[in-house]
Design a protein around this ligand. Sequence first.
Ligand SMILES: [Zn+2]
Length: 324
Amino acid sequence: MPARRTIGVDMGGTKLLAGAVDARLGVHHRAQRRLTGLDQSALRDTAVDAVQEARASAGAEVAAVGFGIPVTFDTRTGVAVSSVHLELHDIAFADVMTERLGLPVFVDNDANVAIIAEQRAGSARGASEAVMLTIGTGIGGGLILRGEVYRGAIGAGAELGHVVIDYDGPRCNGHCPNRGCLEALASGTALEREAARVARERPDSGLGRAVIHGREPVGPLVTELAHDGDDAAIEVISLIGRRLGVGIANYVNIFNPEVVVVGGGVIGAGELLLAPAREEMLRRALPPARDEVRIVAARFGVEAGMVGAAALAFERFALREEVA
Ligand SMILES: [Zn+2]
């Protein structure tokens, strides 16, 4: 009988990724589901379905399930209070899922679990102070301070995507009441908005021609064209990167991290995104912190949240067994 596994589930703004993961954080089976437009009850059913698929194909006994979900928590009550992108609010998510799945379930914010994966075995391995940004539909934030995940007084902290970088900027996404947030200006959603604008302004560019021929100006298209050397696509990613650098300069000044890890779908752009972010951060942050910090891609890429949720389940489950 192989060693026990856990199932990690990352619920993003538009899709869910579940995986059966071993104790060395190797992934054995992956299940994906769309989440767009689902209400709270349908979201729960979809999550249960994906976990059951991963459990059936895990190849070993499943000990526990970890969820990374894009919500703010109140750890005093265990309630997921609100989500910018999903219809998840005022729900004791872990209790509900434990009952539905018949397995121990552990839940944390999606970017918190992503930084757990990166700090245990990825780009922030062993770091004492680290910042994680997961850039997809929105921007999730995770923090490691003094070697531990920092969640704030009641578990609602580290919302790094909702730091303001433009006082009079555009309205933020979904349920965020703010404007000019990093998320409003440098998320995948913002990238698509800027790509549509640049495509209109430069119809003769590769990006402009692709849109004229009916392609949607979505992240994967812009990234692909940028990697192929299209100036317009590179300009869009560079703009998003510079805005990201403004946000990162703030985190560098506040936290003096060893490393800033960037994950989520947009990191497919790699150095085309990270090089302008570094340049902008260096122009704005204070020495000596700015000269020491590394800005790097997530080792686990778009799977950081899923792998980290599985790692959370291993760690919490082991603790619980020790206590019992
Ligand atoms: Zn916001």
